[in-house]
Design a protein around this ligand. Structure first.
Ligand code: SF4
Length: 475
């Protein structure tokens, strides 16, 4: 038995695995050891240490026979607490490369089962970390720092830190866990050792803020204690100030349900057939009367494009031309979009395009119809149609063209300067990019600014193309 020693987590394992695979070193001959993670010295047990870095220079060229999806799943597995994970990953990649490229379809295979179960466990733990980490404010003369203590099941702080970096990029924050800590200073992530809960900050004014926040998002119409406990396990409750409010909120529940029903915006949901077939959905659109926008327009305009698209573009609403033609992105803004799509190497046939609101909202001025932005309430009313299209197409990535689309897709207002150029994760499987709407580019007067915005739109589409599995575009 020989020991493979590596550092730098999944990246380090991947580098070592690539060399050893190329040299056809079988999994059974190896014991994997991440430096710094396991204090047991392999050499103590008499193992010979394999110098894979020296072997890299003589490694025959080979392509790892695994998909990008498999590598993403393997990266998740690498954050599992089970130390056998590295051995398992190498065994699987060996078998996929040299024995059976379709191995992952064998659901009865024990190693495949372990891999899937570990990946699921880490993903679920990551989801909980993203949902239940609660920051507390620490006042500091050089700027407040927000600090949180969290106890995940797996040592996955490096896995979830980029999420917090994206979400809270303008704050300075620290997350402490028993395994590691990370501090975001506004420009870089700085890593440190783990710490016990008592070493983290205790009560402060943010407790109250979190309570208000929770109260405002708490939806009593959906109160299901069992589901709440499943989603928000009791073991996290002591780190979450808002859980103190749960009893009070449950008590007020009936009255709040009545008030919510009265205040809730209408939804198009009841007009939408329960199908995932775009043709049936499109045929049902003319029947929608959830708001008065479609009745004032020539027609409701449904999305168009490939039902299997991995990339979906979402705009604001149809314009004057689209309203008459009955298809999205046909007018002047559609022409700008065509130029950007061409530059990104994307064909309209390969993607799906739609709008947040399905009708052209306008005010008449003489013979002209002047575009009017839909209100957040109108976006909320029509959102059920967008949701139905998303569920039918199930794209890997959604590009929001403009802030109305971002509101519809993300469910919250964002500022373009905060999200531009970033890839936002929505839930576990969704990726979202927010960029300019082509009609906004058309309205920019300054030629330099117009050109810059156009370049940003093209760059967002290129990034979207590569992240949605449509292939990289080489400049
Ligand atoms: S704009 Fe949307 S919600 Fe309003 S009637 Fe048309 S399809 Fe229905």
């Amino acid at each position: 038995m020989r020991t493979v020693s590596f550092e730098n987590g999944f990246k380090g394992w991947r580098n070592a695995a690539r060399v050893l695979l190329a040299h056809k070193i079988e999994p059974n001959d190896l014991e994997w050891q991440e430096r710094g993670a396991n204090k047991t010295s392999a050499l103590l047990w008499g193992n010979e240490e394999i110098d894979w870095q020296a072997m890299a220079a003589t490694a025959p060229k080979m392509v790892m026979n695994v998909s990008r999806r498999w590598l993403e799943m393997a990266e998740a597995v690498s954050y599992h607490r089970n130390p056998e994970k590295w051995q398992l990953l190498y065994s699987l990649i060996w078998r996929l490369s040299y024995e059976n490229p379709k191995l992952m379809n064998l659901s009865i295979d024990e190693q495949v089962q372990s891999f899937l179960s570990m990946e699921h466990g880490v993903r679920r733990d990551a989801h909980k970390a993203k949902a239940f980490v609660r920051f507390r404010k620490i006042e500091n003369p050089e700027g407040d720092i927000y600090c949180a203590w969290h106890e995940p099941e797996h040592p996955l702080l490096p896995y979830v830190a980029p999420f917090f970096q994206d979400r809270f990029s303008v704050m300075k924050w620290t997350i402490l866990t028993p395994d590691a800590s990370v501090h975001w200073d506004g420009s870089a992530l700085n890593w440190g050792p783990g710490c016990a809960q008592g070493e983290g900050p205790q009560n402060d004014s943010l407790e109250e803020l979190w309570g208000c926040y929770y109260k405002s998002i708490f939806n009593p119409a959906r109160v299901k204690i069992k589901a709440m406990k499943a989603e928000m396990p009791k073991k996290y409750w002591h780190t979450m100030p808002e859980t103190k409010l749960i009893e009070e909120l449950l008590f007020e529940s009936d009255a709040r349900v009545d008030a919510m029903i009265r205040a809730a915006p209408p939804s198009a949901e009841s007009y939408i057939p329960d199908v995932k077939d775009l043709k049936t959905l499109k045929a049902a659109l003319p029947l929608c009367e959830a708001c008065d926008l479609c009745s004032k327009a020539t027609q409701g305009v449904f999305g168009m494009g490939s039902p299997e698209a991995s990339l979906m573009l979402v705009g604001e609403q149809p314009g004057d031309v689209e309203d008459q033609v009955g298809l999205p992105f046909q007018g002047p803004a559609g022409q700008v979009l065509n130029i950007a799509l061409d530059a990104a190497g994307i064909s309209r046939d390969d993607i799906y395009m739609t709008n947040s609101v399905k009708a052209f909202k306008f005010r008449p001025e003489g013979k002209r119809r002047i575009h009017e932005k839909p209100t957040p309430r109108e976006v909320g009313t029509c959102k059920a149609w967008l949701k139905a299209e998303l569920n039918a197409v199930r794209p890997q990535l959604v590009v929001c063209l403009g802030l109305t689309a971002a509101l519809a897709v993300l469910g919250q207002s964002v500022r373009l300067m905060d999200v531009k150029g970033k890839v936002l994760e929505v839930g576990d499987n969704w990726k979202v990019i927010v960029t300019h709407h082509p009609s906004h580019i058309l309205r920019i007067q300054d030629e330099g600014e117009k050109e810059a915005a156009m370049q940003e739109l093209e760059a967002s589409l290129k990034l979207a193309r590569s992240l949605s599995g449509m292939g990289l575009i080489l400049d």
